[in-house]
Design a protein around this ligand. Structure first.
Ligand code: ZN
Length: 263
């Protein structure tokens, strides 16, 4: 019987129809009985589809690609370590998974950065920022470390950013609106460190990026594409970006709650 660890290692090749027939058949049997691996396969196919559908038409400028590469962990560029012997039990399994996730994150970040159809067809400032937000969001999810400080209490999360950023992000409690705070992290967007608040909407995380701006206050604009819903607005000298793979209607509710509760 194939186990999930082995199945996960083969999913990429399976999605590319690159497996030997016998191995594909074994994996197929596993997939029939394992919803988690099926979901993983769907995610891999979704990324591939997004890349194929968008890449030929919306090529990101070189500057953006270089920025995405620069923002990726250096370790991702190093060669993958040899795969440990499968018979050796689970030892090393997590390490291999971590490497696989990093490789996947690189692919996903580049794929999504290149899939520039998300916000605007032409590379305007907002369009480029949207691509970076998507890449950052996906990178965080695939890194297995989407939340740096885990707390449902805004009074814990807000001071955590002290010393990590050159500004103090407002942290609002949206639990009454049905969006529990999960925590926060610092991410790298538009060549600077920015605060990200992570909220939960049902089973989906919503990342809220916020950083100071000189832009005039602007009402929320929302957009959804490729399985992601995005919104951006300016209030109180802060530019906000919210992104989620939840339904666009859920994001709109989140944005309404967030703009109503913000200072
Ligand atoms: Zn499985």
């Amino acid at each position: 019987m194939m186990e999930c660890d082995e199945a996960r290692d083969l999913l990429d090749a399976y999605a590319d129809n690159a497996l030997e027939l016998a191995e594909a058949a074994r994996l197929n049997r596993h997939l029939q009985g394992c919803a988690a691996c099926r979901a993983e396969l769907d995610a891999i196919r979704g990324l591939g589809h997004a890349l194929r559908a968008q890449a030929p038409y919306h090529r990101a400028p070189d500057a953006l690609r270089q920025r995405v590469r620069a923002a990726l962990p250096q370790v991702a560029a190093a060669p993958l370590p040899a795969r440990p012997a499968r018979r050796g039990g689970r030892a090393g399994g997590w390490a291999v998974q971590a490497w696989a996730n990093l490789g996947m994150a690189v692919v996903a970040a580049c794929a999504l950065a290149l899939a520039a159809g998300l916000w605007l067809q032409r590379p305007t400032a907002q369009g480029l920022l949207a691509q970076q937000i998507v890449a950052s969001h996906v990178r965080a999810l695939l890194s297995g470390r989407p939340v740096d400080v885990i707390s449902t209490d805004e009074h814990t999360v807000k001071p955590w950013f002290n010393g990590r950023l050159d500004y103090a992000p407002p942290v609002v409690d949206l639990a009454p609106q049905g969006f529990a705070l999960l925590g926060g992290r610092v991410d790298y967007v538009d060549a600077r460190r920015v605060a990200v608040l992570i909220y939960r909407a049902g089973g989906h995380p919503i990342d809220l990026y916020l950083f100071p701006t000189t832009d005039a206050a602007a009402a929320p604009q929302t957009r959804s594409d490729d399985g992601y819903a995005l919104a951006t607005w300016v209030a109180g000298g802060m530019r906000y970006w919210a992104i989620t793979d939840a339904e666009p209607a859920v994001l709109k509710r989140f944005v309404r709650g967030s703009t109503a509760a913000s200072p």
